[in-house]
Design a protein around this ligand. Structure first.
Ligand code: HPA
Length: 274
């Protein structure tokens, strides 16, 4: 079965389970989960009840849809994302995006934790992604048929939706955040980079580096689903600070930013729904 067909089937199953219609979906990355603690959850739908829906292997990220309301605006969250570094194919990692597009979602927000390269990006800062560099060495559209489906030769010259991106920046500034915009460079991971790699990435114009998001952005564009992304800077990149990098510290830093992230997110939804 083609991914198009199985995403269509999964979307039908999802739609039947949703309590209402959703236009905004949000993929929660490391650090963004606490958003859920401060809002009204209407229903949870484990990924496992939807046939074909891939399951995450990261402990504690069982994977579920969370149907919620943020100040009366319905938002569909994806709690638990698949990463390329877990060994999944690009097609599998991006399958949820195809399902969302088929299920009638109009706007997709991707969130992640990233390492800061630009000197102005400190741990705890938020960066709205305005462009990316794909250094993962793969494309989720590789092998896609050129006919009977949207063309795999997708134009990425405006990959990040301008209106959503502007709203994200404005939302952050309204709650007192600096809100920078920048270029996200994606690596496959799971290892962190060497200082020499980070120097190359800086010269190439990257502001932050992470291990997710880019495949999903490519597929959202393939599905003509407007998409935006925001990174919580978890650490200064390899070679840019004295502290050694480890996953637990990265998670701890973003956990410390949770209250600010919740305020930012409510501010975004308020602007989005007006
Ligand atoms: N590099 C890559 N991915 C990351 C980093 C990093 O320094 N921090 C959080 N995700």
């Amino acid at each position: 079965m083609s991914h198009g067909q199985s995403a269509f089937d999964a979307a039908q199953e999802l739609r039947a389970l949703l309590p209402r219609k959703y236009e905004l979906a949000v993929v929660l990355g490391s650090g963004f989960y606490p958003i859920l603690e401060n809002l009204q959850v209407i229903k949870e739908i484990p990924y496992s009840v939807i046939g074909n829906f891939p399951k995450s292997t990261v402990p504690g990220h069982a994977g579920k849809f969370v149907c919620a309301e943020v100040e009366d605006t319905p938002v569909l969250f994806l709690s638990g994302r698949l990463h390329y570094y877990e060994g999944h194919s690009m097609q599998k990692v991006t399958f949820p995006v195809r399902v969302l597009a088929e299920a009638g979602i109009r706007h997709l927000l991707l969130t992640n934790a990233a390492g800061g390269i630009h000197p102005d990006l400190a741990p705890g800062d938020l960066m709205v992604v305005n462009d990316h560099i794909n250094f993962m060495g793969d494309s989720p559209l590789r092998g896609m048929p050129g006919s009977g489906f949207a063309s795999p030769f997708v134009d990425l010259s405006n990959a990040y939706d301008r209106r959503m991106t502007d709203l994200l920046v404005k939302a952050g500034r309204l709650v007192g955040l600096k809100m920078q915009t920048g270029i996200y460079l994606a690596v496959s991971g799971p290892h962190y980079e060497t200082p020499a790699e980070i120097r190359v990435f800086r010269q190439a114009g990257a502001d932050a580096v992470g291990m997710s998001t880019v495949p999903e952005v490519i597929v959202a564009n393939h599905c003509s689903l407007p998409v935006a992304a925001v990174s919580c800077i978890a650490n200064r990149c390899s070679g840019l600070s004295r502290s050694p990098l480890n996953h637990e510290d990265v998670l701890e830093t973003v956990a410390g930013a949770s209250e600010m992230i919740s305020r930012f997110f409510s501010s975004f939804v308020r602007l989005y729904s007006n």
